[in-house]
Design a protein around this ligand. Structure first.
Ligand code: FMN
Length: 416
C-alpha cells in the first residue's frame, strides 16, 4: 500500500500546514494503538465503535431518521456512478490540495459539524480541532457541541463555526457577535433543522438531549467500561458536567432529570433572518442543508459565499434526496458561490465523484466521531490518512495528477 504521510501528502507539500510547534497541533505521537492495524477503511471504525459506545450514544451517532431511507440513499447514490479512467498518463506527481475561501488545504475534505463529538470520545471537539490543524484540513465546530466555541478556537486553527440559529433578532445578534469575537472567520448556518427530526432509534435506545438519568442509562455505562472510564468519568473529572455551550442563552446540561433543550423559535428562521446575519457577519457565510437549486439561487441572492449540499447525513427529513443526486443542478445554479457537499462520503472514490459532479469540497461526519471513539486522536489521524491515501491512489487510477482535473466526463451513470 502506498503511504501518504499524515499531515502533508507525498506529492503535496503545503507550507501552511501546521508545524508541530503550533499550539494545540499534534506533536510527536506515541505508537499507534494496535487496533488501528485492522482499520483499513473509514467504514471499519463503525462496528468497532458499536462495541465501545453505550447503545444510546452509538445509536444517536450512527442512526438516521424514521426508516433510514435517506441514510441508505446517500450511500447508494455513489454507486450510481462509474468511472471511465484514462490510461498511460504521467501521474507520478499528484496533488489533492484545494483552496477554499482563500485558504489552501492539503485534502479536499474536512470534518462535518457533529454535536455529539465529545460524547463519542474524550474531548472529541478539541481532538478533531487538533487533527484538523495538523492535517491542514478544515473542521466545522458544531453549534450543538459540548465545548465552548472559544475553547475550541484556542486549539489548532479551526475557524469554521456552525450555528443552529434562533429565529429571533436579539439572539441572532448575540450569537454572531460571540462567534466573531472568538475569531471564527466562517459561519455555517444549518438550514435543515426547523424542527427536531423524528429519530425513533433514539427513543428505542434511550437517547435524549439532555440525557435522563435512568437505571437503563447507568447499566449501559457499566457494561461499556472503556467508555465509562475513558470518556464519561474522565470528562466529569477534567471538565465537570458537560453543557450545550453554543446553542443559546441557557447552558443545558448533558444529563438532567428536568432540563429541556431550548429550540429558540428555530421554526421561524427564514431568509429574512439570513439577510440579517449577512448584514452583521463580515466573514464568509455558508448555508448548510440545501437540496434545491432554487434555494441555492436564493442563497446567492442573499450574498451567501458557499453552500453545503446536505441532507444532514439522513438525519432530518426521511426520504430527502441524496445530495449527490442534486449536486450537478445546484452547482449549475450556484453562480460564484462555493459548492460543498456532505452525507455518505466514505471512500476516496466518493470524494472524486462528488468533485467531478460539481462539489469543490466535501465534508465527512460519522467516521471521524467513531475513529475518536476507537482510538482517540491517533484514531482520527489514522482515518484522515486512510481517506487521503485513497484519494491519492484513486487519482492515479483514473489517470489524473490533480483533483482539479475532475470533470463529469470521467463518470458514467449506471443504466436504470
Ligand atoms: C452525531 C452527529 C451529530 C451531528 N450534529 C450536527 C450539528 O450539530 N449540526 C449540523 O449542522 N449537522 C450535524 N450533523 C450532520 C453532519 O454535519 C453531516 O451533515 C452528516 O454527518 C454527514 O453525513 P455522514 O455522517 O454520512 O458523513 C450531525 C451528524 C452526526 C452523525
Amino acid at each position: 500500500m502506498s503511504s501518504v504521510p499524515e499531515a502533508v501528502s507525498r506529492t503535496d507539500s503545503n507550507p501552511r500546514a501546521a508545524p508541530s510547534s503550533v499550539p494545540g497541533a499534534a506533536v510527536a505521537s506515541p505508537p499507534a494503538p494496535r487496533i488501528l492495524q485492522r482499520m483499513l477503511a473509514l467504514d471499519d471504525f463503525e462496528p468497532q465503535a458499536a462495541r465501545i459506545l453505550p447503545r444510546p450514544i452509538f445509536g444517536y451517532a450512527s442512526g438516521g431518521s424514521e426508516t433510514n431511507a435517506s441514510l441508505r440513499a446517500n450511500r447508494e447514490a455513489f454507486g450510481d456512478w462509474s468511472f471511465v479512467p484514462r490510461v498511460m498518463v504521467d501521474v507520478s506527481v499528484r496533488s489533492q490540495r484545494r483552496t477554499l475561501f482563500g485558504q489552501t488545504y492539503d485534502a479536499p475534505f474536512g470534518f462535518a459539524p457533529m454535536g455529539g463529538t465529545s460524547l463519542g470520545g474524550f474531548d472529541g471537539d478539541r481532538v478533531l480541532a487538533r487533527v484538523a490543524a495538523a492535517s491542514n484540513i478544515p473542521m466545522i465546530l458544531s453549534g450543538a457541541s459540548f465545548t465552548r466555541l472559544e475553547d475550541v478556537k484556542a486549539v489548532g486553527r479551526t475557524a469554521w463555526f456552525q450555528g443552529y440559529i434562533p429565529g429571533e433578532e436579539g439572539a441572532i445578534r448575540k450569537l454572531v457577535e460571540r462567534v466573531a469575537a472568538a475569531g471564527y472567520d466562517t459561519l455555517v448556518v444549518t438550514a435543515d433543522v426547523p424542527v427536531a427530526a423524528n429519530r425513533e432509534n433514539n427513543v428505542r435506545n434511550g437517547y435524549s438531549a439532555p440525557l435522563r438519568p435512568t437505571l437503563r442509562l447507568a447499566w449501559q455505562g457499566i457494561t461499556h467500561p472503556r467508555w465509562l472510564f475513558g470518556t464519561a468519568l474522565r470528562t466529569l473529572y477534567v471538565h465537570g458536567m458537560p453543557h450545550a455551550e453554543n446553542m443559546g442563552s441557557t447552558r443545558v446540561p448533558l444529563v438532567s432529570r428536568v432540563a429541556v433543550r431550548e429550540r429558540a423559535q428555530r421554526d421561524r428562521f427564514s431568509w429574512q433572518h439570513l439577510a440579517l446575519i449577512r448584514s452583521l457577519w463580515s466573514g464568509k457565510l455558508v448555508v448548510k442543508g440545501l437540496l434545491s437549486a432554487e434555494d441555492a439561487r436564493i442563497a446567492a441572492g442573499h450574498g451567501v459565499d458557499g453552500v453545503i449540499v446536505s441532507n444532514h447525513g439522513g438525519r432530518q427529513l426521511d426520504g430527502a434526496v441524496a445530495p449527490l443526486r442534486v449536486l450537478p443542478e445546484i452547482a449549475a445554479a450556484a453562480g460564484s458561490m462555493t459548492v460543498m457537499m456532505d452525507s455518505g462520503v466514505r471512500r476516496g472514490t466518493d470524494v472524486l465523484k462528488a468533485l467531478a459532479l460539481g462539489a469543490q469540497f466535501v465534508f465527512v461526519g460519522r467516521p471521524f466521531l467513531f475513529a475518536n471513539a476507537v482510538a482517540g486522536e491517533a484514531g482520527v489521524r489514522h482515518a484522515v490518512k486512510l481517506l487521503r491515501e485513497e484519494i491519492d491512489r484513486d487519482l492515479a487510477l483514473v489517470g489524473l495528477s490533480s483533483v482539479d482535473g475532475l470533470t463529469p466526463e470521467l463518470l458514467r451513470a449506471r443504466p436504470r
